[in-house]
Design a protein around this ligand. Sequence first.
Ligand code: FEO
Length: 407
Amino acid sequence: MKGTKITDGIYRLGVNLGGDSLFEGMWPIPDGVSLNSYIVRGDKTALIDLVEDVGEKPAEFEQAMESLGFKPEGIDYLIINHMEPDHTSWLPEFARRNPNLEFYITAKGAAVLKAFCGIEKNVHTVKTGDTLDLGAGKMLTFYEAPNVHWPETMVTCETSSKILFSCDAFGSYGAITDAVFDDQLSTEQFDFFMNEALRYYANIVAGFSPFVVKAIALLKNLEIKIIAPSHGIVWRENPGAIMDAYSRFARYMNGPAEPEITIIWSSMYGNTEKVATAMIQGARSEGIPVHVYRTPKDDAGFILASAWKSAGLIIGMPTYEYRMFPPMAGVLDMFARKKVMNKKALRFGSFGWSGGAQKELETITEKLKWDFMAPVEWQGAPSGETLKLAMERSRELAAKIKAEYGK
Ligand code: FEO
């Protein structure tokens, strides 16, 4: 694994977690994810963020350092933008190798540093506007960015180059192989990383969207030239592209979202499945994008990203023992945790001897402010009339979304 020069004295070190890992122990990353760290060398040398202590990753990280002529013992300062272990779990070993290392971190971060790593010595707490002069024209300025992603998070800017080390903000899933910078991406790769950025955002950051908006407002005044996040591509040609994308992702919480519909359906014995087909057909008849997922077959991480950006949601599930079908209840619980809010919604589903799913759905989504259409429910097998009604109602939802959010 080799490091990459960004500009004179500033370098990226990156390792990839493989596609068989689950990010945060639960999110599928079939195309991997990169863990990025950065070195800024003045008269003194700072390392910004570290790496996860998993498998061979610390060895690969050290190899990348060596490829640029650095070693752990030669680092003067460790800047800890964020204490989540994907960036810090190798820290106890790194600090053991370098007992004179000094740490720069927010006050909230210092408490977490002690809790995770038992480190209290040589810790400097910083707040927005504080600086660290590395000499030779390199100066780091710190900005608190609470809740992007944890409450202790900060971002760091190298003042002379105007490179922002943005930590989780502006990050994406997707392993980094040959292309490190946005200007090295083909159109296909660019679209891939934008999609992976949305999925990363929906999985990791979505619930904190109001804080993302605040952080972007702060950063817009800094005239940033390059965005160097802790996951994904380094944006040196067009940092505005990822900043605008994150502004858009944050906006989806309160709307307007995209004029699209996500249909998530589940079925026990095929009766709800028959109506799902009619629902899909009706929604597509208005010509807007319609994304279809089945639970429990499809993972909630993918469903979440699609639902987050869609103005309309159609939820198909039967009643199960007077309540929601359990796999769908799991998806909706995730929606509530991640604050999938302000959607136009429609539910359909069968019941055997009694309904109940709709009531529970409306209760658990109350705080999410979904605007529900009348549900399509039936006992037993769906009749031709039910199929017709389903098609008509989903078409009506699509027409509403097109009229309200269409460009
Ligand atoms: Fe990449 Fe919130 O850690």
